[in-house]
Write a protein of this length. Structure first.
Length: 337
């Protein structure tokens, strides 16, 4: 009996933990901590200028670790809005080698790296981590990257973005609470179609919609779908068809958020098509893993007759948080305007 009680408590807390965790997320829950790095030649062939633009929250006051044989000669720091810009000069006792790297100390989710060294221009997307970003500056002279490398980079970025985008996960959680089985597959497919279309249109600059109002409506979509989950009637096919249309529409809005994150990675023109494809595949991969985890958890809760109360508690919590985010975002872009 005691073991059964502990199982019930543990299973219930697992789902509620997600909703509770949302409270600790920032108001702009779709924050993708992107950095921008540039590298250019200095006055001599072995001197270089390195700039880093990072979110203010990522700044820890530490300096990058330069390649072996390289020494920092100057540094400057500027606060520009919510970002910090560092400008470094460093000198090496050799020409850059293919193995040379700069290790940055700032925690970010992803970064763009643009270089113009010895007349060779290059750019690439980089994956962040707890220990910062490793920049392969020695590859600044390399030509086109292999498709496998491009695919891996943007696939990882897509997975990271969906997992770190609390608002996107909250919306998908609502879909999991509305339906199961084939109907859930239908809702997830509708969401995928919606955000894939708008992601492509916005990324290729075929549509131009300001991001702040979109983020406010994304927050509203969470509250709306939480209400749908709470007021859902069993086997209401007419309501389900209506929900499919609504999810496609809201998916279009979420796709604009995805496009904003992808654009912050500084994708070079030659990689735009594969970057879009693999980033979207990464988003879908992360989404499928999340849906699978929630589906398994709900099955566990149903086995101990806890699915209904936990589902209701989670949806009330997510709905309240969605309303809170919406108000915060409206105030945010209203003040900025």
């Amino acid at each position: 009996m005691a073991r059964s009680g502990l199982f019930r408590i543990g299973a219930a807390l697992a789902l509620l933990l997600f909703a509770v965790g949302l409270f600790s997320a920032p108001a702009r829950a779709d924050i993708f901590r992107a950095a921008e790095f540039t590298l250019v030649n200095g006055q001599e062939a072995t001197s270089f200028e390195f700039t880093a633009s990072i979110p203010y929250t990522s700044d820890n006051g530490q300096a990058p670790v330069w390649p072996d044989g390289c020494t920092q000669t100057s540094t400057a720091r500027h606060l520009i809005g919510t970002r910090v810009q560092y400008a470094y000069s460093f000198r090496c006792d050799h020409m850059l080698r293919t193995t040379d790297q700069i290790q940055t100390p700032w925690q970010v989710d992803g970064a763009s790296f643009i270089s113009n060294v010895m007349g060779v221009q290059n750019s690439r997307s980089l994956t962040g981590g707890e220990e910062g970003v490793t920049i392969p500056v020695g590859n600044a002279f390399s030509g086109a990257r292999p498709l496998a490398e491009i695919g891996y980079d943007y696939l990882v970025q897509g997975v990271l973005h969906i997992w770190m985008g609390w608002d996107h996960l909250a919306f998908v959680l609502c879909l999991c609470m509305i339906a199961g089985g084939r109907k859930l597959l239908g809702l997830i497919t509708a969401f995928t179609i919606g955000h894939s279309v708008s992601l492509a249109l916005a990324f290729f600059e075929l549509v131009h919609i300001p991001v702040p109002p979109v983020e406010a409506i994304i927050a509203l979509s969470i509250a709306f779908m939480a209400r749908e989950a709470l007021t859902l009637k069993e086997e209401d096919d007419r309501a389900f068809h209506r929900q499919m249309a609504i999810v496609v529409a809201f998916g279009l809005l979420h796709g604009l958020g995805f496009a904003s994150a992808l654009g912050e990675l500084g994708v070079q023109s030659a990689e735009r098509v594969p970057a879009l494809i693999f980033f979207n595949l990464g988003v879908e991969t992360g989404q499928i893993i999340f849906v699978g985890g929630i589906t398994l958890l709900m099955a566990m809760l149903r086995s101990v007759s806890l699915a209904t109360p936990v589902r209701a508690a989670a949806m009330y919590g997510v709905g309240i948080i969605g309303c809170f985010w919406m108000v915060e975002r409206i105030i945010g872009f209203s003040v900025q305007a």
